[in-house]
Design a binder for this molecule. Structure first.
Ligand code: FES
Ligand SMILES: [Fe+2]
Length: 439
């Protein structure tokens, strides 16, 4: 349980809120790079409670700015994206990607003051198939975080993006709530049902593992572990990384290069980006027969895209149709009757309400990662708000390299951190290979 005031701090992301200020210290995903075409219409973007537009100019550079024209505040969503900038349709003022006013055609030339007018534009770069903006106070933004999953070459990268009708923290906490996996996703399985050579059977045999959690330079990490064969433990590691990134343990630690970025659109909507290396070896767990486990295959039909602030990447399975729950399947082969891991997650986290009332909950030992992560976030948000202290990770992007999610077997003679460090030294890593950036 959490006090209502702490819950408000954690969940409110507007520019004047402590958590909103904390998030604005970091680079924030805006949209996929592929959503913007040179000289095409601007995109409406809701980000951290602010209404923005994003567009790509004639030269391919991306602009992200307040949707309000700095003249008389008409929405530049209706603007004409033409020859190196967006022209507001109200009086024709035109702005380049940096927000400079480059034309003021309704004013006599001797009276124009375009050099003194600037649209509220953000610093932008493109990395990992996404457009990122820096919405914070610095003139020079911090370096981009050195995270394996954000260094994957385009040909080996998959990105799945979808919108969630709930607060960002519900989405992130779902990722670091490991104990739900054995129920929500595979609760109808017995250990005998799965491939006996798969180490993942241990997660089914031991649905109530031990947990260890610690704070780290990048945020928090935990291990859930249980006994495996003689002398061994089966571990699942996951992380929370500032400001809203998670690593989940859904694969072999050795080559699982993936992250989920839970980007707050506003307090009640989240855009989730799942970025993964598509050369990882471990597929979803299989049954002994080699057949996939029922209910886990991804289902990702989207509703038709609209131009609304919330019109992009909405799943067809949603609260209005109870995520297409199949009660017969629930009685027989599937714990939930809902098809697909992602949909199952979506159903439960959205079912809590747009912003869950955390004064109502009763956390258990299995929720320790969630407790420690909340504490870490609260401390960081308060330190910034009250004392202008920025988390050290903002200026130490290489420290993110210490984080890695995944599962493995290790000797039970090692403590959990020693086991982690040993495996981290052996794991496949992505060399840092910055892609061209446009600012
Ligand atoms: S409101 Fe945009 S040019 Fe006047
Ligand atoms: Fe899940």
């Amino acid at each position: 349980m959490l006090s209502a005031s702490d819950n408000a701090i954690l969940t409110q992301v507007g520019p004047d809120k402590p958590m909103g200020k904390l998030m604005r210290q970091f680079w924030i995903p805006v949209c996929l790079s592929s959503e913007l075409t040179a000289d095409a219409e601007p995109l409406r973007i809701m980000l951290l409670g602010e209404k923005l537009i994003a567009f790509r100019d004639t030269a391919g550079k991306v602009g992200v700015m307040d949707h309000r024209c700095p003249h008389r505040c008409a929405s530049m969503y209706f603007g004409r994206n033409e020859q190196g900038g967006v022209r507001c349709v109200y009086h024709g003022w035109k702005f380049d990607v940096e927000g400079n006013c480059i034309d003021m055609p309704n004013v006599p030339p001797e009276q124009d003051f375009k050099h003194r007018v600037k649209a509220r534009a953000f610093k932008v770069l493109e990395r990992s198939g996404m457009v990122w903006a820096y919405m914070g106070p610095r003139d020079t933004p911090p370096e981009f975080p050195n995270i394996d999953a954000l260094q994957i070459p385009a040909a080996e990268r998959s990105i799945f993006v979808h919108q969630r009708d709930c607060n960002w923290l519900q989405s992130a906490e779902g990722d670091i709530d490991t104990s739900h996996f054995g129920f929500l996703h595979i609760g109808s399985l017995e250990a005998d049902d799965v491939d006996p050579d798969s180490m993942h059977k241990w997660g089914i045999i031991g649905r109530a593992p031990e947990y260890s959690v610690k704070e780290t330079p990048w945020g928090t990490m935990y291990a859930a572990y249980r006994a495996a064969d003689e002398g061994e433990r089966y571990y699942r590691f996951a992380h929370f990384l500032f400001p809203f990134i998670t690593f989940t343990p859904n694969g072999d630690f050795d080559d699982l290069i993936a992250c989920t970025i839970n980007v707050p659109m506003d307090d009640e909507h989240t855009m989730s980006y799942r970025v993964a290396w598509n050369k990882r070896t471990m597929p979803l767990q299989n049954l002994k027969s080699g057949e996939p486990i029922p209910g886990l295959a991804p289902e990702s039909d989207f509703l038709p895209r609209t131009h609304d602030w919330y019109g992009r990447w909405r799943l067809a399975a949603n609260v209005d149709n109870d995520y297409f729950i199949d009660r017969d399947a629930q009685r027989t082969i599937s714990f939930t009757g809902i098809q697909g891991i992602g949909r199952q997650d979506q159903a439960v986290i959205e079912s809590m309400g747009a912003v869950v009332d955390r004064t109502f909950e009763h956390l258990a030992a299995s929720d320790r990662m969630i407790m420690v992560t909340r504490r870490r976030l609260l401390q960081a948000a308060r330190a910034l708000d009250a004392n202008n202290e920025t988390p050290a990770i903002v200026d130490d992007p290489d420290a993110y390299r210490g984080a890695r999610g995944g599962s493995f077997l290790a000797s039970d003679k090692l403590d959990w951190v020693a086991a982690y460090e040993q495996k981290l030294g052996e794991a496949v890593r992505m060399p840092a290979q910055p892609e061209p950036q446009s600012v």
